[in-house]
Design a protein around this ligand. Structure first.
Ligand SMILES: *Cc1c(COP(=O)(O)O)cnc(C)c1O
Length: 370
């Protein structure tokens, strides 16, 4: 038994978000939902199953563990490891029919060695670093790469990709530079008669904000109802997939001047009613929301006050009418997005992604479909 806390995953909203994104895409664009890290905390298999029913190209992952889980559960779509791979993953990747993403000369050499050893042909995608300086072959090394590739016919380049540092900001100089470099790279490949079937660079931000999206896209956060930034709210309506609910389990009536919580970090400026909710940082809730976050109770937004502890947090329920032990509290999401993930995350100095990942691995999930 655990304290009452419910992490609801609404698969119908996942579907709605997928369909909303599709409206931004030309008809034949292929979609590769990114479901790495347990589908951003929402549950790998449930998310994969729901999205499979919507018609997708394949899945974006980062590690073999999750690819193996997908294959064991009968998913046969293409899988891409978006950030490259380790050398000793290759046999497993081959067995799992993962499409490798080459990110530098080392990964390319490992791949060559592997296919030569067991004498097979394998397709791969090339990830080019066009300016984010994370994973990817340096743009300046592309010519040399093309020469190496041309002399090794067992490997076929079927995709060219890059990752944008701020796709949600199309006017940013870096976005322009990155897209220009990608175009140049494509030209270079074409001049060498290498025509990648798939060109991909758009994450959620790219799909919503960029005029051109490539012929394959890689949405993550937006599928889960998270907006790439606040401006995106004006362009697309998304529905929260993750909702965290709990209830008030203790009510404290403080007089003016009394304290609450560790620190103590809260002192009542006037007579104040506090509702204690059994969710804390041990449950993946962010402690940095102490004295900053908010929740929803009895039709009103209520502030989080005091320091959040491992298994509990305080809500200021002074303004609520007749609060009772047992009153339900929405801590994230909600049917009408009462507690928007992006707003909460920004109060904590983070992004919705982190909140989802933390909660998803800490609290048992319940799936709903309404
Ligand atoms: C995680 C990831 C994505 C998804 O990005 P969102 O911002 O969640 O849409 C896309 N591409 C790559 C390479 C990624 O690592």
């Amino acid at each position: 038994m655990i304290w009452y806390k419910k992490l609801e995953i609404n698969l119908k909203n996942l579907r709605k978000n997928f369909r909303a994104l599709k409206k931004f895409l030309p008809k034949n664009t292929k979609i590769l939902p990114v479901i790495k890290n347990d589908a951003y905390g929402h549950g790998l298999l449930e998310v994969a199953k729901t999205l499979s029913e919507e018609g997708i190209f394949g899945f974006g992952l980062s590690e073999p563990e999750e690819a193996s889980l997908l294959r064991k559960n009968g998913f046969s779509q293409p899988i891409l490891f978006l950030s490259g791979f380790e050398k000793d993953w290759l046999p497993e990747m081959y067995n799992l029919k993962v499409i490798p993403v080459v990110t530098n000369f080392d990964t390319f050499e490992w791949l060559k060695e592997f296919v030569k050893k067991i004498n097979i042909k394998w397709e791969f995608h090339l990830k080019l670093d066009t300016g984010m300086h994370r994973f990817g072959l340096n743009f300046s090394e592309l010519d040399q790469f093309i020469e190496k590739l041309k002399s090794f016919p067992l490997l076929k380049l079927t995709g060219l990709m890059t990752h944008l540092s701020c796709a949600e900001n199309p006017e940013h100089e870096l976005t322009q530079i990155q897209l220009k470099k990608l175009k140049e790279a494509l030209e270079k490949l074409k001049n060498n008669k290498i025509i990648p079937k798939y060109i991909h660079f758009a994450n959620s931000g790219g799909i919503i904000f960029l005029p051109e999206k490539g012929n394959l896209v890689r949405p993550g956060i937006s599928l889960y109802g998270g907006y790439p930034n606040f401006k995106a709210r004006e362009l697309i309506k998304l529905y929260p997939v993750m909702t965290l609910k709990s209830r008030i389990v203790e009510i404290k009536r403080l007089k003016k001047g009394e304290y609450a919580g560790y620190g103590p970090n809260f002192k009542a400026k006037k007579a104040t009613n506090l509702g204690l909710v059994p969710v804390g940082y041990g449950d993946g809730y962010l402690r940095s929301l102490s004295n900053k976050g908010f929740a929803w109770c009895k039709g009103k937004r209520v502030a989080i006050v005091g320091n959040i502890s491992m298994k509990a947090l305080y809500l200021d329920i002074t303004e609520l009418e007749n609060p009772q032990i047992g009153d339900e509290v929405i801590l994230l999401g909600g049917k009408n997005e009462e507690v928007p993930a992006d707003e909460l995350a920004s109060l904590a100095g983070t992004i919705s992604y982190e909140l989802f990942c933390n909660l998803g691995k800490s609290i048992p999930r319940e799936y709903i479909n309404v």
